[in-house]
Unconditional design. Structure first.
Length: 180
């Protein structure tokens, strides 16, 4: 963890809140203990938050695009309207996190724990994996995030070209229709 960032956090909420709106992009917060921190609207683009404790943190409207949150603890974190575009959330603990209206396009959620997360639904069945988010308007079928209406309009061939598994296109459509 960057000593400057750690020192600021240790000075208290008021000091941190005054400074946090500054550019924290690319900050090294590896293994940082930021549980219950107010990081709302913070710019954490491309920040290293691997293994960080962000339990119950307020990350509402934060820019976490391309941030590394691999194995981060985001239990009950408020991620409403957060930008998680291309964020690495692999193996992150997102249990009971609020992801309502968050941008999860191209985010890596492989092995993430989304149990009881708000605003996202993962549907899995025999190797079939669909992630539905943004209040049922978008879905990731394991290859690309798109609005559900666009997924439903694709031909079988187009869906396969985009990475859908052959033989499961109809299942994707069925699940997406149920989710929307």
């Amino acid at each position: 963890m960057n000593k400057k960032h750690f020192d600021l956090i240790r000075q208290g909420v008021e000091v941190w809140n005054a400074w946090r709106r500054a550019n924290l992009s690319e900050a090294n917060l590896y293994k940082a203990n930021l549980g219950r921190a107010d990081l709302s609207a913070a710019n954490l683009r491309e920040a290293d938050l691997r293994l960080a404790n962000l339990r119950k943190a307020n990350l509402r409207k934060a820019d976490l695009s391309a941030a590394n949150l691999r194995e981060a603890d985001l239990y009950k974190a408020d991620l409403r309207e957060a930008n998680l575009y291309k964020a690495d959330l692999s193996a992150a603990d997102l249990r009971k996190a609020d992801l309502s209206a968050a941008n999860l396009r191209k985010a890596d959620l492989s092995a993430a724990n989304l149990r009881e997360a708000i605003g996202v639904v993962r549907l899995q069945w025999e190797g079939f994996d669909v992630l539905v988010f943004n209040q049922g308007k978008e879905a990731d079928i394991g290859c690309q995030s798109k609005p559900i209406i666009e997924w439903l309009a694709l031909t079988d061939e187009q869906a396969i070209e985009m990475g859908a598994k052959p033989g499961q296109v109809e299942l994707y459509r069925l699940f997406l229709k149920m989710a929307s």
